[in-house]
Design a protein around this ligand. Sequence first.
Ligand SMILES: [Zn+2]
Length: 394
Amino acid sequence: MATDLYSPGEIFTDGDSVPRVMIAPQRYIQGEGVIDHVGRYMSLVNSQRAAVLASTRGHSAEGARVMDSLRQRNITGVATTFDGECSLEEVNKQVEALKGENLDCLVAVGGGKCVDAGKCIAYRLDIPVVIVPSLASNDAPCSALSVMYSPEGINNGVEYFPDSPALVVIDTGVVAKASERFLVAGMGDAMATWYEAKACLANPNGRNSVGTRPTLACAAMGETCAHTLYEYGVAASASIVADRCDDAVERVVEANTLISGIGFESGGCAAAHAIAVAYTHVKEVHDNYLHGEMVAMGTLAHLMMEKNEDARKAAEFFARVGLPIHFGQLSMTKEQTEDIDTVAEASMGTGIIHNMPMTVTTELVRDSMLSANELGEVVASEIGDEAYRRLQGE
Ligand SMILES: [Zn+2]
């Protein structure tokens, strides 16, 4: 497991007293071309000498633009190359290499794992972290936690940090150039936010990721997130394919990154994420699908568990943007009862499944997964799987 460096639950809660807590990055900046102004924004953290963490590919693209922008503001950028895995080994190696560099800030430029590794490294160097995401596929940029992996890529717990990122700078032009599948996966992840926050709020024992009660603000943000996706999701996908960075893309990128990021962390997770994470126990799924794609399947099961009338609406939306809605679209079948049991049991092992407002059992999870699959098959036969096949390259 990752080192237990900091436990937010111990700070915020005391016995029976469980306050409502919301945490968020200090500044969130989104727009086309903003990556070229990172140096100017860095005056907010008084930086003179910053590490720039990116993959080899990242350094030749977005990383180079960040370095240029720092140079224009007379900030020294110290480039360091991320090896691809957010593991303790990688984090410790980076800390060893950077600790003599007299840095006052770390800028992490890249996808979810690079961003998460950047938070771990900055925490150990005791400097603020600035996040410059290159994808809008995940919730990592805005949160004060990192999902840890072994060097082989196996999930290895979570690290929490006392500070949220100082700045999140997301260039819509950059994320719009990434593949459509990434933006759509981000929509799958983001769509869970409202339903999970509502479940967590309805359960008096529901807790968010800092171990406290969610705020109404997070539920309101979650609602805006879902409405934004239902209204602009399909248009944003079309714009990405046409290489257009328009209002629909701006709205969806904000829903995927800011709203969903604050929403999952402070609003709380529930069955959707419990089941999504449990799907990684099935090798075929783990190896071939993105987190947000598993969250889409988890969300449908979550809604079936609640007998929520939005289940069909969500399934139809997922089908239109190309997210998986039945087992077949996760390379599984309903005859794989052992794998389905594994997922149901693994989801029971996550604390967040008990944020649901009803008593959850393995049987209930299994039944919800099966009825979600049934709904998904019906919806797929009505709407088709054209978007799904386009994204999966079939
Ligand atoms: Zn997620």
